[in-house]
Design a binder for this molecule. Structure first.
Ligand code: ZN
Ligand code: ZN
Length: 99
């Protein structure tokens, strides 16, 4: 089950569980759309995978299966920035299914 993390891991912006601007990778690293389509270039800085829109869990299902309140914030600086740049250069122009 998706945790539905409460914020963008890159810029720390709040992402409500019903936000249409929450993007995730297959490991559920979570980003806002601005970061995903901008600085991240649709490449997760942790795993190199694609970022797709997080599905919205219906409000009535969030009663018994609530969204996570644990914030994950890892700014894209230093070694993380270099790792992301390496992923981008390795995967540029390559379909996510072939990464
Ligand atoms: Zn962001
Ligand atoms: Zn990832």
């Amino acid at each position: 089950m998706l945790a539905l993390r409460p914020n963008c891991e890159c810029c720390n912006r709040d992402l409500a569980p019903d936000s249409a601007d929450a993007m995730i990778c297959s490991f559920e690293c979570t980003f806002c759309r601005d970061c995903a389509e901008g600085v991240l270039q649709n490449t997760c800085p942790n795993c190199g995978g694609e970022l797709v829109r997080r599905p919205v869990r219906p409000a009535e299902k969030r009663v018994n299966s609530p969204a996570s309140t644990e914030r994950v914030y890892k700014p894209l600086t230093g070694a993380r920035l270099e790792k992301h740049a390496a992923y981008v250069s390795r995967y540029r122009g390559i379909d996510p299914a072939k990464r």
